[in-house]
Design a protein around this ligand. Structure first.
Ligand SMILES: [Zn+2]
Length: 152
């Protein structure tokens, strides 16, 4: 069992999947053997938690009182870069196709994956990149008026 990695289901702020050493199968929930080929034991696969929102929904009717306190809330299904899909909480308005990164928040006494949108580098041209360009056309002759009239 030393090869196991603790994940958020046991209180560690981490996403861990499993993968098969025999075939290319990857899956999220812990098993003792590969669901595709039956090979065992599976190997732990630590996940970056970065991926793309594949599906999103807003929960208005929470399953219990603890979650009712935070309703409405958003749930997303994220296709991680490791080709594993993970369900987690997200800010309201999380859009399908958005690139997100997992954090972990304690909701209703449980540590849960929470996917935050990653600000994209493109499309944010405000503030930066607007220097003092554009008025450099006039060449000022440095000190020319001061050095020349010394002859008599
Ligand atoms: Zn397999």
């Amino acid at each position: 069992m030393s090869a196991d990695l603790d994940d958020w289901t046991v209180g560690a702020p981490r996403l861990v999947a499993q993968r098969c050493g025999a075939c290319a199968a990857r899956w999220l929930f812990r098993r003792n053997f590969c669901p595709q080929c039956g090979c065992q034991p599976p190997q732990p696969l630590a996940l970056t938690g970065v991926g793309i929102v594949h599906a999103a929904t807003v929960v208005h009717r929470a399953p219990d009182d603890e979650f009712r306190a935070i309703a409405p809330y958003a749930l997303v299904l994220v296709e991680l870069d490791e080709a594993v899909r993970v369900m987690g909480h997200a800010p309201l308005g999380a859009a399908i196709g958005a690139r997100v990164e997992v954090t972990f928040v304690e909701i209703a006494g449980r540590l849960l994956p929470y996917f935050c949108p990653i600000p994209t580098a493109t499309g944010r041209s405000d503030l930066s990149g607007q220097g003092d360009q554009g008025d450099q056309g006039d060449q000022v002759d440095p000190g020319g008026a001061w050095t020349s009239p010394s002859s008599k």
